[in-house]
Ligand binder design. Structure first.
Ligand SMILES: NC(=O)c1ccc[n+]([C@@H]2O[C@H](COP(=O)([O-])OP(=O)(O)OC[C@H]3O[C@@H](n4cnc5c(N)ncnc54)[C@H](OP(=O)(O)O)[C@@H]3O)[C@@H](O)[C@H]2O)c1
Length: 373
C-alpha cells in the first residue's frame, strides 16, 4: 500500500516512523506539510493536488485534525478513488453522513479506529462484535484529559483549576481545553462508537453533554463516602427504535473497571443483549499508540477492503432522552440529593440549578444491574 500522509505532527510523524521501522507493506510515498521537513526520505509537498492526482498512491492518511482543511482534503481524496484512514474524531463525527455517502459512491474504504480510543482497538472490536450480536449499550471513559484532571484532583487533592493547569503544563491539555473539559471530545467519540455499533448516523447535537468543569473537591469526598469514584462518562443505549445518549460526570463503585482507570487512560465497554459487559482499556492518546492504530487500519484495508467497517448505515438515529429513568446525584449549592429521572429531566434540573450563584453538579450513579436487558 502506498500512502499519501497529510500532517506531520505528533501522530503523523510517529506513523511515518512506524512505516520506516519495519516493513508491514505500508509505505509513505508523499507527505503534505506546510513546513519544510528535513528528516524524511520521501517526497514532501504543500499542495494536496500533488497527492490526490498521484496514481501511485492508493490510500490517504489524514492526521491534520479539525474540519478545515481536513474535510476538503478527505473529500478530494475519496473523489479521486483513494481509501482514507484518519484519527480525526471532529471530522468523522461532524461529517458522518457526507463522508459515508462519498465512500459508498466512490467505492473506497474509510477507517477511523484511532479517532475513538487513540491506541485502543475499540472501534474494530465493537464493529466485529456488533456484526454477530445485538448491542444493547456502550459507554466509557473516553477523554484522557478529563480523566487525568480528575485523577489529579483525587491523588494530589487539587481543586479543578490547578489540576487543569497541571495537565496543560504537561502537554496533556491544550491551551484552549474546552473540547475536553466541557465534554465535546467525548461526545464525538460516543457518536462515532454508536454509529459503528448501531449502523445509524448519530448527530452530536442530540447527545446531552456536559463536562467536568463543575466538579469540586467536596464532590470527590462525597462520592468517596458513598463508595464511589467520580469519572467523566459517555453512554448510549438502544431502547426499541430510539436511543438514549448522554455525556456527563458519573459515580462508579470502587470495584468497577471504570473506577480504576487513572491518568490519561480510557476504558470502553459494550453490552450485548442477554450477556454481561465486555471492556477494553489502555492509552487513549499518545503519538505512537495512536499511530499504531492508524497503521493497523491501513493493514486491514490492504488485506480486506471494507468500505465503512463493513457496515451499512440506515439513516439518522432517533434519540429520545426522555424514555428511560436513571439514578442521579445532584448538588444544589452545597446540598446533595439523589433522585430518579430521565436524562432529559435530570439535565434540565441541573441547568436550572446551575444558574444559582453556588452552582450545581449532576452525576449519573452507575449501578451495573440497572443496565439489564
Ligand atoms: N495526539 C494524540 O494523542 C491523538 C490521539 C487520538 C487522535 N488524535 C487525532 O490525530 C490527529 C492529529 O493529531 P496530532 O496530535 O498529531 O496533531 P498535531 O501534533 O497538532 O499535528 C497536526 C499536523 O497537521 C499539520 N497541519 C495543520 N494544518 C495543516 C495544513 N493546512 N496543511 C498541512 N498540514 C497542516 C500541522 O502542521 P504544522 O506543524 O505546520 O503546524 C501538524 O504537523 C487529530 O485529528 C487528533 O484529534 C490525536
Amino acid at each position: 500500500m502506498n500512502v499519501g500522509l497529510l500532517g506531520f505532527g505528533t501522530v503523523g510523524s510517529s506513523f511515518y516512523d512506524l512505516t520506516r521501522a519495519e516493513d508491514k507493506g505500508v509505505k509513505v510515498t508523499k507527505i503534505l506539510s506546510r513546513r519544510v521537513l528535513t528528516d524524511v526520505s520521501c517526497a514532501v509537498t504543500a499542495d494536496i493536488e500533488d497527492i490526490v492526482s498521484d496514481p501511485g498512491i492508493d490510500t490517504v492518511v489524514e492526521l491534520i485534525g479539525g474540519l478545515t482543511p481536513a474535510y476538503d482534503h478527505v473529500c478530494r481524496a475519496i473523489k479521486t478513488g483513494k481509501n482514507v484512514v484518519t484519527a480525526n474524531k471532529h471530522l468523522i463525527a461532524e461529517r458522518t453522513a457526507e463522508l459515508y455517502a462519498l465512500s459508498e459512491k466512490y467505492d473506497v474504504s474509510l477507517k477511523f479506529t484511532a479517532a475513538s480510543g487513540g491506541g485502543i482497538p475499540w472501534l474494530t472490536s465493537l464493529s466485529r462484535a456488533s456484526s454477530a450480536e445485538n448491542i444493547l449499550s456502550l459507554g466509557g471513559i473516553m477523554n484522557g484529559t478529563s480523566n487525568y484532571i480528575l485523577s489529579k484532583m483525587y491523588s494530589d487533592n487539587l481543586p479543578f483549576d490547578e489540576a487543569l493547569k497541571d495537565a496543560q503544563s504537561r502537554g496533556l491539555a491544550e491551551a484552549d481545553p474546552s473540547a475536553d473539559v466541557y465534554g465535546l471530545d467525548a461526545c464525538r467519540k460516543l457518536a462515532l462508537s454508536s454509529t459503528v455499533a448501531f449502523e445509524k448516523i448519530f448527530d452530536t447535537k442530540d447527545v446531552l453533554t456536559y463536562g467536568i468543569q463543575d466538579i469540586k473537591a467536596n464532590d470527590t469526598f462525597k462520592a468517596d463516602s458513598y463508595g464511589y469514584k467520580i469519572k467523566h462518562y459517555a453512554y448510549c443505549e438502544r431502547r426499541g427504535d430510539a436511543f438514549t445518549s448522554f455525556v456527563c460526570p458519573a459515580l462508579f463503585p470502587f470495584s468497577s473497571a471504570e473506577a480504576s482507570v487513572s491518568g490519561v487512560n480510557n476504558v470502553f465497554s459494550y453490552k450485548p443483549y442477554g450477556s454481561g459487559f465486555f471492556s477494553l482499556s489502555g492509552p487513549g492518546a499518545g503519538g505512537r499508540a495512536t499511530a499504531l492504530n492508524v497503521l493497523a487500519d491501513c493493514i486491514d484495508i490492504s488485506r480486506k477492503k471494507e468500505r465503512f467497517y463493513g457496515k451499512t448505515l440506515s439513516g439518522k438515529a432517533h434519540t429520545d432522552n426522555g424514555r428511560k429513568s436513571f439514578k442521579w446525584l445532584i448538588r444544589r449549592g452545597e446540598k446533595y440529593d439523589t433522585f430518579n429521572a430521565s436524562p432529559a429531566s435530570a439535565f434540565n434540573e441541573y441547568e436550572k440549578n446551575q444558574k444559582d450563584k453556588q452552582g450545581a453538579l449532576l452525576a449519573l450513579i452507575c449501578e451495573r444491574d440497572e443496565y439489564d436487558d
